[in-house]
Design a protein around this ligand. Structure first.
Ligand code: PLP
Length: 455
């Protein structure tokens, strides 16, 4: 038996021993949900731990296991679980009722906070999810420019919606040439007509972006990108150059800050000093409740309004838009994010990045650690990760085994690992102590499956 089979089967067995009740629920889930899940991002092998509750920086599962949470529902809970200020705001609102067939003052309050913080925000629209924010932002760009095509970056995930679910995780057989990627639907059920209107370029490559924009300028409504795409940063000057070219050709630039808004009070656009035309938001701005939003200039947002001579050009509604509990939880969250909280999260994020780098280097493993501000991430590859193709050189098996063994040790990473405002030095120490043991145990596996990573 090879090291992978021997060591990983031990990790899986221990996981199953510690997660017996989760297994029972998982078996039930198979009967009532296709693939036993209703959110693929939280699915994992052999099966996920079913969570019961969270408090501060900890979560617990149905088997009674406690974890240091370094996921915070994929970055949403920037203040941790059950933050007193958020709980107080929610309780106060629940006393008044949960939702109404009319607007509440709370949506105006949250909108004002976003406008105060985000450079590209003069006006705001709320949605119940980041996906819908992206959908509506693209529709807005199309209405404003009266053009249909959009450009997105290969490997970027912007939610689950047809026009954007293209070339998210293409396989090597599907992906095509690196500088001229194929447009690969991420899912069945996306019509060819939709695929035809989405152009795909590599992230961080300004030459290809410029060429694609020039060639399609008469049909292009917008370029949409995540300023920090799946944990790797834009190269110096990249965002500035995209801004310059889009402006030159009258094409709108959309920043998807659903995840990376977290890095600064004004989001990644504040960090990199580049202001897009439209920004999409979600996750943390709902304080743990479902939410999305898109913000833009008054001029662009006029498409929704009676200010236009021809009347509103865009229809937009939704029963749960500006859901009152999300509005008050979001406002309480933003109010609690003072400069010292950002500073603390940056510091602990850096401690995680440095600590993980040291652990890998002590074991002579050449994987490297990335991330910005409160984000950290091990890239299981020697290559510098700058786009989807370089990210694909990372060994996902190493990632999965690392995450699974970490769960056995009470550390919960999963996608978008991050620290929150309530993460403590003790949490970081626990996570790093556990990571040291995990990496030591996995080293023979890594040597076997990814020999190039071990010196
Ligand atoms: C960058 C980005 N955009 C959009 C979305 C979609 O947000 P939601 O899951 O709220 O629909 C996600 C979700 O993870 C995301 O990571």
């Amino acid at each position: 038996m090879g090291e992978e089979a021997r060591i990983v089967s031990g990790i899986v067995q221990e996981y199953m021993k510690k997660h017996a009740r989760s297994k029972q629920i998982f078996d039930e889930a198979w009967k009532v949900m296709p693939g036993a899940n209703t959110r693929i991002a939280v699915f994992m092998m052999p099966y996920p731990a079913y969570i019961t509750r969270g408090e501060g920086s900890s979560i617990w599962d149905v088997d009674g296991n406690q974890y240091v949470d370094l996921n915070f529902n994929m970055t949403c809970l920037v203040l941790g679980h059950k933050h007193p200020k958020v709980v107080e705001a929610i309780n106060k609102q629940i006393e008044c009722g949960t939702s109404f067939g009319g607007p509440t003052e709370h949506e105006v309050e949250l909108a004002k906070r976003l406008i105060d913080r985000i450079p590209s925000a003069e006006q705001v629209r709320f949605t119940p999810s980041g996906t819908e924010a992206v959908h509506q932002a693209v529709r807005l760009a199309r209405a404003y420019t009266k053009k249909d095509k959009i450009i997105k970056c290969e490997g970027a995930y912007h939610g689950t919606w047809d026009a954007i679910d293209i070339s998210v995780f293409p396989t090597p057989e599907e992906q095509g040439p690196p500088l001229n990627p194929n447009r690969v639907p991420f899912s069945k059920g996306i019509p060819q007509g939709v695929i035809d209107n989405t152009l795909v370029v590599p992230f961080n490559n300004i030459e290809v972006m410029e060429k694609t924009i020039k060639e399609n300028k008469d049909d292009l409504a917008a370029v949409i990108l995540e300023p920090i795409q799946r944990g790797y940063e834009p190269k110096e000057g990249y965002l500035e150059a995209v801004r310059e070219i889009t402006e030159k050709y009258g094409i709108l630039l959309i920043f998807d800050e659903v995840v990376c808004y977290r890095v600064r009070r004004g989001g990644a656009q504040e960090l990199y000093g580049v202001t897009p035309d439209i920004t999409t938001l979600g996750k943390l701005i709902g304080g743990g409740f479902p939410i999305g939003a898109y913000v833009s200039s008054r001029e662009i947002m006029k498409q929704f309004s009676f200010e236009l001579a021809e009347g509103p050009q865009l229809f937009f509604s939704g029963t749960f838009n500006a859901f009152p509990l999300a509005m008050v939880a979001g406002a309480a969250t933003l109010d609690a994010l003072t400069p010292d909280v950002y500073e603390k999260m940056d510091r602990l994020g850096e401690e995680m990045r440095t600590g993980l780098s040291e652990i890998l280097s002590d074991q002579n493993i050449e994987a490297h650690v990335g991330g910005v501000a409160s984000f950290f991430h091990i890239f299981w590859t020697k290559e510098e990760v700058v786009d989807y193709r370089t990210l694909k050189t990372a060994d996902t098996r190493c990632q999965n085994y690392f995450d699974l063994d970490s769960l056995n040790r009470g550390i919960y990473y999963r996608d978008h690992p991050n620290v929150s405002a309530v993460t403590t030095r003790e949490d970081v120490k626990k996570a790093l102590d556990a990571a040291r043991e995990t990496v030591e145990i996995l080293k023979p596996v890594i040597k076997e499956i990814s020999p190039g990573l071990v010196q």
